[in-house]
Write a protein that binds this ligand. Structure first.
Ligand code: SAH
Length: 396
């Protein structure tokens, strides 16, 4: 094995690694040994007495290393292929691969698939790859090759969508584009519903696969209800509500482009259906004037907190939003409310909904507690991986 750079930890700072937590914070590092270390390198992590702990990608930032393995092993093509194979095996095990009704799923979920810094969503033959570290970016061609080997004929193309996800100071200049094949097939299926996925121009990888199970649940709550899908993006929740027998479905998003895709998606699934209307307007503006109009409201806002320092402000934002919806919803109404901020805990989220209910002066009962689906697995040693939180509440 060629000699690798080594990071030595301060005394006592090896504890989280000995519990298999996959991050090393820069404050835990005492010094560097061996060959020169540059961002993206594979680095060995040693305790203060030079005992081997783990290997991972070196990053310049508050997280200094994202761990790839707790064993002394070679990180080569076979390593990446095996990890991707395992990720695919899990999707087979949960019934998502080769499913006649669903061909959009998350194939690699970062730490949850022991591949920190890597996200891959699969849409009907196209794998959309997002790299979040230089180390992952440097092996993008190996990842594309491994995807071809693991997925075989299922794979038509690989699209690299890392332009907006790399650390902005990193010394690489990612350009979005195909790194294998090219696909014009942009329609994917989720539980039998059709969605146009725009991975080239859309947000994130083009679609939010993480709400699949929660969207499916909406279908069971929608019969005869008047539904508001707030922060609709490509309209996900709306079509399930329509299929579930809603009387009226209104989709709202501040982005004109999102509203356009939502309307296209309605046409794909329910051509000419007059129950649906979509509006490009700000959430707070809209919620201020809807008094008593809806008896099922979905609030799925973007992450208000991307960093631990802004949690307090974010919670205030969520509270204001939820209080507004709870004030306005009809008696007997149902609210689906979500947060996808990783830094907001389940408890904080629930306390926020509690204060929003108190502020709105409504009686509220929790019916169901929601999270992310099986293709977004959470490594038990990395609880931060559980980012999506949701509550279904009944409002008297
Ligand atoms: N529910 C969607 C995903 C929502 S993503 C799904 O199932 O796919 C969050 C959306 O919120 C984005 O489309 C973004 O354009 C929209 N958004 C952000 N700020 C907003 C605001 N102030 N008012 C309305 N929409 C907003």
């Amino acid at each position: 094995m060629t000699e690798r750079p080594q990071l030595v930890l301060k005394q006592g700072k090896e504890q989280s690694l000995s519990r298999f937590h996959p991050w090393v914070f820069s404050g835990a590092v005492k010094g560097v040994k061996g060959p020169e270390l540059t961002e993206g390198d594979i680095v060995e992590v040693l305790d203060s007495e030079d005992n081997f702990l783990a290997i991972g990608h070196y990053i310049i930032g508050s997280i200094a290393v994202r761990i790839l393995s707790f064993n002394q092993e070679v990180i080569d093509y076979d390593f990446w292929k095996n990890r991707i194979q395992k990720a695919f095996d899990l999707r087979c095990a949960v019934g998502l691969a080769d499913n006649a009704n669903t061909n959009a799923f998350r194939l690699v979920h970062g730490e949850g698939d022991y591949l920190p810094g890597l996200i891959i969503d699969f849409y009907n033959g196209t794998a959309v790859v997002q790299m979040h570290t230089v180390g992952m970016y440097l092996v993008k061609d190996l990842i594309a090759k491994a995807l071809q080997e693991v997925l075989g004929d299922r794979l038509k193309s690989v699209f690299n969508k890392s332009e907006g996800t790399m650390p902005y100071k990193a010394d690489v200049e990612p350009v979005n584009g195909y790194i294998y094949g090219k696909s014009s097939e942009k329609i994917a299926l989720e539980n039998g519903l059709k969605f146009k996925v725009d991975w080239e121009r859309g947000q994130k990888t083009g679609f939010f696969v993480d709400q699949r199970d929660n969207r499916s649940l909406i279908e069971h709550y929608s019969s005869n209800r008047e539904v508001l899908n707030m922060f609709c993006y490509t309209g996900g929740f709306s079509f399930y509500a329509m299929r579930g027998g809603a009387k009226v479905v209104h989709s709202v998003d501040s982005s004109e482009r999102a509203i356009q895709i939502t309307n296209d998606n309605v046409e794909l699934n329910f051509p000419g259906d007059k129950r649906h209307e979509a509006f490009a307007v700000d959430a707070f503006k809209y919620l201020n004037k809807i008094k008593n109009k809806y008896d099922l409201i979905i609030l799925d806002p973007p992450a208000f907190a991307k960093h631990i320092n802004v949690v307090k402000n974010a919670l205030q934002g969520y509270r204001r939003l939820n209080a507004k919806a709870l004030e306005q919803i009809r008696p007997g109404g149902i609210l689906f409310t979500f947060s996808c901020s990783q830094v907001i805990t389940k408890e904080q989220f629930r306390t926020m909904v509690f204060s929003a209910a108190a502020r709105a002066g409504r009686k509220v009962r929790i019916l169901q507690q929601l999270t992310q689906p099986a293709d977004h697995p959470v490594d038990i040693y990395h609880p931060e991986g559980e980012y999506l939180k949701g509550l279904v509440v009944y409002v008297e």
